[in-house]
Design a protein around this ligand. Structure first.
Ligand code: PEP
Length: 247
């Protein structure tokens, strides 16, 4: 059986005071019978690490460089993330694909760099509204995942995949459990053909997951938890989603 994983993606939100309050609230509410992580802005990783010491929660980053080290001003390497104890890094979030022109290959290279340093990449895939309406959902997510599988080779079984329909992120629109499950099943089948670890790999759903829709989403056979944006910023909401993921 796969253990559910719930990951909070704080995006570019937070402050030292707000983070302390949020993490304090989560510490009071937990632990849960699920894996829980928060992916926080770079400047707050070290303080988050301290705040989570002694808890079952882990932390990570929201991006990493595809490069090992060197003259890449503004970049953060996966070796640095490993050095400060990050367990996860989100790569290929649709906001980075859209606003920073990240290609499928760059996303795959970032995932490879992360794995090389023992940081688990959470690889995001998902279609836009136009792509869904054009009937291209399956083709788009398969293309995005195929590049990562090809680049990682036999290590692809070590990643976490997140299906995040772009039209559902931050919009309040959620894929129905059936819509999400059908894409997750496609992704699982693609992983099955690539690695014998496919049946134990976690495929998360992300896109306006809230306390009131989380349980039904997580009940789907191929949904193994969630990548949570807006609702990860409120301790009560994120805790309720973690409760819904508890097995
Ligand atoms: C996200 O950004 O990964 C996300 C899923 O956001 P939200 O939950 O706000 O839709």
């Amino acid at each position: 059986m796969r253990r559910n994983l719930v990951v909070g993606n704080w995006k570019m939100h937070g402050s030292r005071a707000a983070n302390a309050q949020l993490l304090g609230g989560l510490k009071e509410a937990g632990p849960w019978n699920a894996d829980v992580a928060v992916c926080v802005p770079f400047p707050y990783i070290a303080e988050t690490a301290l705040a989570l010491t002694g808890t079952a929660m882990v932390f990570g980053a929201q991006d990493c460089s595809s490069h090992e080290q060197g003259a890449y001003t503004g970049e953060v390497s996966s070796a640095m993330l490993q050095d400060i104890g990050c367990r996860y890094v989100i790569v290929g979030h649709s906001e980075r694909r859209a606003y920073h022109a990240e290609s499928d290959q760059l996303v795959a290279d970032k995932a490879k760099a992360a794995l090389a340093h023992g940081v688990t990449p959470i690889v995001c895939v998902g279609e836009t509204r136009a792509e869904r309406e054009a009937g291209q959902t399956e083709a788009v997510v398969k293309r995005q995942l195929a590049t990562v599988i090809h680049t990682l080779g036999h290590c692809c079984g070590e990643m976490v995949v997140a299906y995040e329909p772009v039209w559902a992120i931050g919009t309040g629109l959620t894929a129905t459990p059936e819509q999400a499950q059908s894409v997750h099943a496609v992704l699982r089948a693609q992983l099955m053909a690539a690695t014998d670890r496919a049946s134990v790999m976690r495929i998360l759903y992300g896109g306006s997951v809230k306390p009131d829709n989380a349980a039904e989403l997580f009940r789907q056979p191929d949904i193994d938890g969630g990548l949570i944006g807006g609702a990860a910023l409120k301790a009560a909401d994120f805790a309720a989603i973690c409760r819904a993921a508890a097995q």
